[in-house]
Design a protein around this ligand. Sequence first.
Ligand code: NAP
Length: 269
Amino acid sequence: MLNQTEIRQYVAPPNQLHGRVIAITGAGDGIGRALALAAARQGAQLVLIGRTVRRLESIHAEIAALGSAGGQAPEATIAPLDLEKALAGDYDQLAAAVLQRYGRLDGLVHNAALLGTIAPIEHADMLNWCRVLHVNLTAALALTQVLLPSLRASEDASVIFTTSSVGRRGRANWGAYAVSKFAVEGLNQVLADELSGNSLVRVNAVNPGATRTRMRRQAFPGEDAALLPEPASILGPYLWLLGPASRGVTGQSLDCQAPRPSPPPAAPA
Ligand code: NAP
């Protein structure tokens, strides 16, 4: 296995994801969008899962345009799913569509998340708490469950959860978001252990680190975003985990960026 620095700096060989079917949640914006585009460039067929259809249509068009550069157009399908509101039938429908269309799933990236209200635990709003825990944790579990038959049908399936530094060491005011990411780390470990030895499905988590996206702006409105890396520049660990070079790696929690000094606490709302 590569060391942490090599994984962070990983540059995928051309077409390394050729023929792989990869589903990404929150594919319409930020890190999910950049990852969908990068994976399509490497030959993957994408299932673009997300809440805002116009954003999914935009990334879908951008992926389709890759083909007009002369190569074969990468294939992508749009799967609208609001992880806050989706019911069991919506998950079942998506899973049935994936199985019917592709017969398997080689990658599942749980990227969508809700930041929610930044506030001390003492003042935690219960509705916000439930929404954040549901979108960031329970919905990822539900989606994994229904997609497991497709993942098991792959010869090398990779599930990626998205964690955060506040999901490894608690930090004041990050409330439900931080707790949800701690739970995602736990889900990653438990699922990886359960699936190792009896399946070809590997399960890992990735912490993108401070990245220039809408969520980061929401958390740190006063920060100079120009100092942060763009989503497209932090994708090494995602692309390594989705490709054949990481076959057999499971139960890890990786970082996209070298550790940096802790930022000042976000202002309580
Ligand atoms: P982002 O730009 O805000 O993107 C979040 C994505 O999640 C959006 O596409 C959003 O969809 C989707 N989403 C939110 N609620 C949803 C719901 N109910 N149903 C379906 N999709 C939903 O944020 P990002 O920074 O790229 O975040 C990506 C991941 O990285 C998250 O898991 C986040 O916790 C993690 N992360 C980010 C940073 C950072 O500095 N950016 C640091 C550590 C961890 P809409 O387009 O519909 O809003």
